[in-house]
Design a binder for this molecule. Structure first.
Ligand code: SF4
Ligand code: SF4
Length: 175
């Protein structure tokens, strides 16, 4: 597998996600409930019985770079919220990490997802509220995107990456 420099990998990751976002928008989103008129807006990101979004090291790097564009006080607030999330929901890098759920620290009241345009995780791009299962994107579609993300990680970091809860990767890359 041909190695990639982090910056090149980040460019590829961004393009991959933009294409996937467009595909979901063009082919599925019009069949889903409109988030703008949702009376529980954001619950899909903050419901700690539901959210267990996992990301990879390269995606965490992309999120970190997106957050770096915010004012430093806002960054401090977000990383503080991230740390509280890890403690509150007892998130770890070991064991069955998918069994633990949490309220996502990247959801900002009045704004929504802070990384929506630049670095949204694959399951978040896929997710919307559909009335019928036939209207939903297939699992295979999402798995294909995740495999592409995995390949980029392997080409960039070798074996030094894995899928972890979003707050854990953000905390690991904080310093
Ligand atoms: S995805 Fe569903 S729950 Fe979340 S804001 Fe949109 S309609 Fe509401
Ligand atoms: S990353 Fe964004 S879309 Fe995904 S759960 Fe967090 S706030 Fe919601």
């Amino acid at each position: 597998m041909k190695p990639l420099l982090v910056n090149n990998a980040l460019k590829r990751l961004k393009s991959l996600k933009q294409h996937y976002q467009k595909h979901i928008r063009d082919n599925f989103e019009h069949k889903a409930k409109d988030c703008l008129t949702c009376d529980v807006q954001g619950i899909c990101c903050t419901d700690a019985h539901f959210v267990n979004v996992h990301i990879t090291r390269l995606e965490a790097e992309a999120i970190k770079k997106t957050l770096e564009k915010l004012p430093s006080a806002k960054q401090t607030e977000i990383y503080g919220r991230n740390q509280q999330t890890i403690e509150k929901y007892d998130l770890t890098a070991e064991g069955d990490t998918f069994s633990k759920k949490y309220s996502c620290p990247l959801f900002e009241k009045g704004i929504g997802c802070l990384v929506h345009k630049e670095a949204k995780p694959i399951p978040c791009i896929t997710h919307a509220c559909y009335e019928s299962k036939e209207n939903m994107p297939s699992d295979e579609l999402q798995v294909r995107q995740e495999k592409n993300v995995e390949r980029l990680n392997s080409r960039t970091y070798g074996n030094a990456w894995n899928w972890l809860p979003l707050p854990i990767w953000l905390e690991k890359l904080k310093k």
